[in-house]
Design a protein around this ligand. Sequence first.
Ligand SMILES: NC(=O)c1ccc[n+]([C@@H]2O[C@H](COP(=O)([O-])OP(=O)(O)OC[C@H]3O[C@@H](n4cnc5c(N)ncnc54)[C@H](O)[C@@H]3O)[C@@H](O)[C@H]2O)c1
Length: 351
Amino acid sequence: MPVVKQINVGIIGTGWCGGIRAEASARHPLVNEIHIAETRPERLAEVAKACHVKSATTDWQEMIKNDAIDAFMISATPEHLHYPMAKDCLARGKHVFLEKPIAIELHEADDLIRIAKKNGVKFTIGYSQRFNPKYVYVHKCATDGTLGRPVSALVSRHIGRSLGKKITGRSKLSPAAMEATHDLDFLLWCLLPAKPIRVYSQNNYGAMRDASGADVPDTQYIMVTMDNGVSIMVGAGWSLPPAYPNFASTWIEFIGTEGALIIDDTHRDTMLSTVKNGIVHPMSTMPGEYVEHTYAGPMGPETDHFIEAAACDRPVLVTPEQARAVMEVYFAADISAERHEPVNLPLPESR
Ligand SMILES: NC(=O)c1ccc[n+]([C@@H]2O[C@H](COP(=O)([O-])OP(=O)(O)OC[C@H]3O[C@@H](n4cnc5c(N)ncnc54)[C@H](O)[C@@H]3O)[C@@H](O)[C@H]2O)c1
């Protein structure tokens, strides 16, 4: 049996997702030291205490100078921080797990991919849903012949408007870039090696614009044509009325020549009713949450996968090249929604 060495991890930004990454690291036997950087002192102290960290600082650049750290997880917002943070960690020859989106601009994604390759380190992007067992079951049936030849697929996802407000309050990224990105990644993965060749998209305005006054759509629908003739449809919205914090509801239909698979991931299966809060649906967020010794959702296993890839030199499931391809599709969707016309891929900057 090969001897597997423990690794030391650094987490940048320990808000909601970074907090989950830190807790997963603290529970993992292949993690020795945990180091964290977070600009909110009260959250820094909270995570430092809960996860028994080795060091805690408000200065991420100070933390990454620590050569004892083998791998970094970057979970900071706003999203324009992803590129400079990932670039500095990769340039130091460290493994990097970066929450989506990989970057704001395509050339930034190219730069990160180049540095990771040059330094021979693991580099992956967190879409979380590839670690949701229901999604993985679709991938299995789509690729092992159960459904025959793929014909078309649909994913419709809605999240609550409090989360929609949190996301749109920190950046101008569209529902395509911030929500549909998960499902574009998922469907492109199911359909590999087919490539997207054309994108049509439309934005729909309603409650989010009324509430914020900003130019924020409630929903965005995206139709993608693949080079093998398959069409995929992804709908993404962030205006559901208040429910359980960060509630997410998803419906999947995958149609093939030999079968069809329908997945209900709307999280209506668990209902908690209390005098104080009425009816809520726990364990219904996209990342999921720890429930005592178990994890309900995909983000715990996704974090374990990265830790194991870094410690055991195993391949990562989501390659940065795939994340770049997803980025190109949602860029095309935003251009299409603005111009009200289909957009061909690859985009001029990728040709
Ligand atoms: N895969 C999923 O299911 C999923 C779900 C939600 C969010 N996300 C992604 O995860 C990322 C984090 O989202 P979140 O909801 O946890 O956000 P969040 O706002 O809860 O957490 C981000 C944290 O980064 C900290 N921060 C900001 N600037 C920093 C800096 N310079 N140095 C260190 N810390 C800094 C903030 O104080 C905050 O605590 C986003 O990029 C988002 O797109 C992924």
